[in-house]
Design a protein around this ligand. Sequence first.
Ligand code: ARG
Length: 268
Amino acid sequence: MPGPRNHGNRPRTASAALILGAALLLTAGLTTVVTGSPAAATPAIVGGERASLADYPYAVYLEDSAGTQFCGGVIVGTSTVATAAHCAEAVSTKDIRVIAGREDKRTDDGTTLAVTKAWVHPDYEKAEQGDDIAVLTVRGRLPGRAASVARDTGVYAAGTKATVVGWGRVADGGDRSDYLRAAVVPMVSDATCRAAYESYDPASMVCAGYREGGIDACKGDSGGPLVIGGTLVGIVSFGDGCGKPGKPGVYTRVTTFAGTIAQQTRRP
Ligand code: ARG
């Protein structure tokens, strides 16, 4: 699924960044407004609404050395944060900052923590190929609370409602949100997801979203949590645009990696 946006590629070089930028502009230009979808009038994460960190105390975001939010993350231990591998590899480890306890980016609430170690799944190559998971160890203790990590794959039954939260774009090609947003999305079956994405791997990914689109995670939400009642079931990984009909969001299938996450949390 190397679509025009190609988020899975690691923007390691200036030319890659330029190509990515051009691709994003192109995507923005070509994207038609999704109308008639459930929440087209209330863009959020994309569809969804403002959320309180009190309800998602495990949600954090990642900033680069310029102070720009580039991904989300989720607290899984006293000093560990799970995120997407493509997020951990987008910025060199020494330049990643974990921002915890700041619901609104325009404030200086909460704590900023440096990253001492970034564990990236050894099989990760690009988001579209799966294994899009990393665990960051921070210097110091995280405020907030760790999410519990799902182990039972029953959470992925098609139609089960889950909530995705993040500080990412509020529209396909649009601006990132200043504050935390949340959206409810139903889990999508493996068959439907495979029909949407030829690279779909049910062992390491899971999809969520509405057939008609309109509500989805978007760029900048990557690495952030998809939860069911405070239990982490997915990590925002990739998608073809945001909120497009027939193109659900793809998430890292957390149950597959629950043991690995626990292991990385025990050995900081
Ligand atoms: N890869 C994107 C990022 O870097 C997240 C894409 C999620 N897209 C979606 N349509 N659910 O933030």
